[in-house]
Structures are given as structure tokens and as C-alpha cells.
Design a protein around this ligand. Structure first.
Ligand code: NAD
Length: 329
């Protein structure tokens, strides 16, 4: 039935809202048809594996063959490029590093839109510029496809445990069709509004996260230099008004908490380079709409300097180590 609707797209487009509702319900009926997945990195691989666990055949690709091997071993079919995936799947999820990668994967010479089937649902979970999400949605619409942005809150651990939070932007009538897949990979799927609003929400959250982490790191560093025991200081902060997620759940000081990147030489977690990227998005979007973000801008500079000083591939809580080393010079 979904194929029938896709074949008659131009007719149905004329009565678009009615058709939108029918397309959305057809997609949810086609529940175990193959799902395309593009971008098999730290996040994409465990996310795609959770789709496989829920019984969805996965057709995937990545530029690095070694990234594909792991998912192939879990049962996915691997193809050569995004266009090939688009030929075979009418629901495709992308999980790519940044805006230029998304533009390439959707609109490049071997991109999804080159061979897309009408009526395909495209869900981009990468964290990118909301303006690029809007551009991709327009390009997708021209081919008769639907594009939604659905960036995630939560890191690699949450991706493995299917506990991500998806922040979804796009046509509301398609939300349930997207949700059917996203609930296999996440604990929360939140509709934020029109296309790009998922990205806007994500950018705001990560800006606050970065500011909170830097604040926690510099507070802990000062306290330690004033002779306070770090565990005691953290305990007191966490029962006082200074408490925040970076102090009570993800403390950046080695030895204060177990099971966080600071307890493991800042390995794993959320890379400093990705935080610098997300702060760059906050910076450029705030410049475009002329909204002052003085602390967000400062956080951006701090994370950029950290990348230049060798912290790019450490967890973003390594800002504590960076500040401590700065103080020793
Ligand atoms: P990653 O770099 O580990 O993975 C991205 C994958 O995309 C790589 O395997 C890369 O080879 C592939 N890729 C790039 N260009 C491609 C192309 N043209 N065709 C096919 N594949 C291509 O990144 P990640 O950590 O998985 O993050 C993905 C996105 O999720 C980013 O936007 C990031 O900001 C966001 N995010 C990451 C985390 C985290 O903790 N890692 C948390 C929340 C959100």
C-alpha cells in the first residue's frame, strides 16, 4: 500500500494533508521493512544494532570499511554508498559528524537524494546547523521524500542501552512514523516543532552543558588548590545551590566518582572536538539571529583551545585537566 501511495505521489501531493496522514499510517504498518542506516561511528553502530535487536533488517553504509565490519557481524547488509541504501530502503537514519558530512550524504554525487524513492522518510540524528536541516528538508521535499531532524541527548553508553533522548523536528504528522523507529534506540522521543527545532534544542542544551562543565571544573580546581578534599567538596556542592549534572553525575575530577570518563583518563564519553563543534553551532546561530551568548562564546573559545592543545579526542570533562595544567605553568 505504501508503494502504491508512493507511485501516485503527484496526485496525493495535491491533497497533501490527507495524504500525509495516510503515508504516515502506511509507514507504521510497514513495520519490519528494511531500515537504512548511514554513519556507523561511536553512536551509529550501537543505534543500528538496537534496530537489529528489534527485528528490523538494517541496510547500512559508512565511508570506513572497518566501521561497517562490526555491524555486518551483527547481521546488517552493507552497501557501497548512501545512494545504494536509498534504492533499497524507504526509511533511512543518518548519524554523521557534522553539517558538511550531512550535505554530502544527502545531496552529494552518491548521496541519498540521487536515487531516493518517493515517500521515503529520512531521519537525521547528527548534531548539525538547524539551517542545514531546513535546507535538507527542502531538497528532500523536491524529490517527494520527508526529512526530519532528530539529534540525540545522551552519549555512547545511552546509545548502547537504547536510552537516548531524541529531539525531533519536522512535519508533525510524520512524528509517529519516526517514533516507531526511534523508540528502538531511545527512552524518550520528544516532538520539538517544525524542522530544525530538534537541532535548536540540542544546541541550547549542549551550550548549557559546556558552561556548567567549565564552571564545575574551575570551581573544583580552585577548591583543591585552596586545600579542600575533592570528594568532600563535591559532596558539599551536591547538597548546595552549586549542584548541577556536571558536579553530581559526571564529575570532572579524577577520583571523585566511579564509572565516568574522569575515572578512566577521560577516555570514552563525549569528545572535546564534538563539544567544540556544538558550541560553534551555538555561536554561528546566535550571530545570525543577533542574540548575545557571552558565556557560550567563551565556552566555545575554551573548547577550541583545548582541541589545539591535544584534548580533541578526550572526553569534554577533561577541561578540568586543562585548567589544572594551565595553573601549573
Ligand atoms: P563518529 O565520528 O564516531 O561517527 C560518524 C560516522 O560517520 C563515522 O563512522 C564516519 O566514517 C561516518 N561518515 C562520515 N562521512 C560519511 C559519508 N560521507 N558517508 C558515510 N559515512 C560517513 O561520530 P559519533 O560520535 O557517532 O557522533 C555522530 C553525531 O552524533 C555527531 O553529530 C555528534 O555531535 C552527535 N552526538 C555524539 C555523541 C557522542 O557521545 N559521541 C552524543 C550526542 C550526539
Amino acid at each position: 500500500m505504501a508503494a502504491l501511495l508512493r507511485g501516485n505521489w503527484s496526485f496525493y501531493k495535491r491533497c497533501s494533508r490527507h495524504v500525509d496522514i495516510m503515508m504516515a499510517s502506511c509507514r507504521s504498518m510497514a513495520s519490519k521493512t528494511p531500515v537504512g542506516f548511514i554513519g556507523l561511528g561511536n553512536m551509529g553502530t550501537p543505534m543500528a544494532r538496537n534496530l537489529l535487536k528489534h527485528g528490523y533488517p538494517v541496510i547500512a553504509t559508512d565511508v570506513f570499511p572497518e566501521s561497517c565490519k562490526e555491524l555486518q557481524d551483527s547481521g546488517a547488509q552493507i552497501l557501497g554508498c548512501p545512494a545504494e541504501v536509498a534504492e533499497k530502503a524507504d526509511r533511512i537514519i543518518t548519524m554523521l559528524p557534522s553539517s558538511p558530512n550531512v550535505i554530502e550524504v544527502y545531496t552529494g554525487p552518491n548521496g541519498i537524494l540521487k536515487r531516493i524513492k518517493k515517500g521515503t522518510l529520512l531521519i537525521d540524528s547528527s548534531t548539525i546547523d538547524p539551517a542545514v536541516s531546513r535546507e535538507m528538508a527542502i531538497a528532500a521535499e523536491k524529490t517527494g521524500a520527508v526529512y526530519m531532524d532528530a539529534p540525540v541527548a545522551g552519549g555512547v553508553g545511552a546509545a548502547s542501552l537504547a536510552k537516548l533522548t531524541f529531539l525531533v523536528g519536522g512535519v508533525e504528522v510524520e512524528f509517529n512514523a519516526a517514533k516507531e523507529l526511534l523508540t528502538c534506540m531511545g527512552a524518550n522521543v520528544v516532538y520539538c516543532g517544525q524542522v530544525g527545532t530538534g537541532q535548536a534544542t540540542k544546541i541550547c542544551n549542549n551550550m548549557l552543558l559546556a558552561i556548567g562543565m567549565i564552571g564545575t571544573a574551575e570551581t573544583m580546581n580552585l577548591g583543591i588548590r585552596l586545600g579542600l578534599d575533592p570528594k568532600l567538596l563535591a559532596k558539599i556542592l551536591n547538597m548546595s545551590s552549586g549542584r548541577c549534572w556536571s558536579s553530581d553525575t559526571y564529575n570532572p575530577v579524577p577520583g571523585v566518582m566511579e564509572g565516568v570518563p574522569s575515572a578512566n583518563s577521560y577516555q570514552g564519553g563525549f569528545l572535546t572536538t564534538l563539544m567544540a563543534k556544538d558550541l560553534g553551532l551555538a555561536q554561528s546561530t546566535s550571530t545570525n539571529c543577533q542574540i548575545p551568548i557571552p558565556l557560550g562564546s567563551l565556552a566555545h573559545q575554551i573548547y577550541r583551545i583545548m582541541c589545539a592543545r591535544g584534548y580533541a579526542n578526550k572526553d569534554f570533562s577533561s577541561v578540568f585537566q586543562f585548567l589544572r595544567e594551565e595553573g601549573l605553568q
